[in-house]
Design a protein around this ligand. Structure first.
Ligand SMILES: [Zn+2]
Length: 63
């Protein structure tokens, strides 16, 4: 299981297959919760974003 991260908009915990936007200050948002305060730089599933960016790797399960 991935560690829990909450959407800053709706406070829901992201599920691995939730679609999320990653903004330029590396905050994830649900597309429907995205406030556009910062530019979006990626759109993927929560799991996809966590795996793609090294600074999120501490959210991955321990091996
Ligand atoms: Zn949300």
């Amino acid at each position: 299981m991935l560690k829990e991260v909450r959407c800053p908009g709706c406070a829901e915990i992201y599920k691995p297959d939730d679609t999320v936007i990653l903004d330029e200050v590396n905050t994830m948002h649900h597309p429907e919760c995205y406030d556009r305060l910062f530019e979006a730089k990626d759109l993927d599933t929560f799991e996809g974003i966590v795996e793609k960016y090294e600074f999120f790797h501490d959210l991955l399960p321990e091996h």
